[in-house]
Design a protein around this ligand. Sequence first.
Ligand SMILES: Cc1ncc(COP(=O)(O)O)c(C=O)c1O
Length: 430
Amino acid sequence: MNRERSEQLFEEAKQYLPGGVNSPVRAFKSVNGAPIFFEKGKGSHVWDADGNEYVDFCCSWGPLILGHAHDGVLNKVSTVMANGTSFGAPNKYETELAKLIVDHNRYIEKIRFVSSGTEAAMSAIRLARGYTGKNKVVKFEGCYHGHVDSLMVKAGSGLATFGTSTSAGIPESFVKETIVLPLNDKEAVREAVKNFGHDIACIAIEPIPANNGLLLQDKDFLLFLREICDETGILLFFDEVISGFRVGFEGASGYYGIKPDMVAYGKIIGGGFPVGAYASSAKVMDCVAPEGPVYQAGTLSGNPVAMAAGIAQLEACLKPGFYEALEAKTSAFVKTVQDYVNAHGYPFHMFHVGSIFWLSFSNKQHVRSASEIPADSGEKFRVFYDALLDQGVYVGPSGYEVGFVSEAHSQEDLDKAAKSIIVALDKVYG
Ligand SMILES: Cc1ncc(COP(=O)(O)O)c(C=O)c1O
């Protein structure tokens, strides 16, 4: 497959953009070659600058649950956009999208729209602190909450409870209030709550951790978090930027039947436009300005075009049977690959929940924490990725990223992808 034009575009981009990109994982550092520059997407397919066609499972890292350039989304967006793109004043689409979400979610009463998942998580943390008057935040190793200063933290060395920042430019004093714990470890949570509970504002978790592989938690662990939060007055904060509207309209909260005290959304909520949101009970949300003392604002927050895209996409998600159909085709796709893998004894497992899947280069049937991922997975993924791309199947360029099946993926797409994954696995293990 010739990707010369993408290579040229990347060379040019590097002269003006750091690393040639506006978000690091796009730079193909974990795989071979130059990033692919896309020119067009329609449904489940994308075309690159050299005219190559791929079945796309990155789906812009999750937002495109209906596929690329969905007619319903495009029509709504162009109608609204024709009347202006932004006013910096209230518009009816904000309320329409809020109503659509809140009326179909048992766990939230009010919602505030922002412009990214990072902003949603950052604002939720501020609100948790403002509402409780407490300072510390518990997060889990292997969960990502955007590039929020206080959450760019990994576990400290040895027995240190507090984390160390994972990016230059974040003073250690900023992360001093963050406690980093291993996933799926009740004892670690108990210990942290025992020692610092009086000053913990919230426990933040991706209830379906999907940024370091797909680290599916025991439901029991999530229920335990709910209980310990209830006992101590700590807020339970579900970061549903990936899982929200993905594993069901109510996200992981609905999937597990667990009520979070606060939730963050992003990705699907914006129909492919930059939207995030955080939500909670009216009592908690009314602490946000202008009602309450927790300041948070945004020039483009609630932008009518982005709201319109969100409305069109979420209305489609509410169609009866939407999530069941997505889950069914994802399960069948995963089963085709897994049956082959099992028959050949390859040390590989394809995890999935709803329409999220993860290609794990180990035969562990349960991977619940980041530390369980074998160190040589990256090298295997690199070989695998070349073979997959050459067959016209695109997934995110890192073995730690998950893939997404959209409504637009046809049986033919999924058959082709399963076949291509099998060929790529034969390359890795054959
Ligand atoms: C769980 C989670 N939270 C927050 C974010 C940050 O969202 P954004 O990239 O829109 O800032 C992401 C991004 O992938 C995410 O997966």
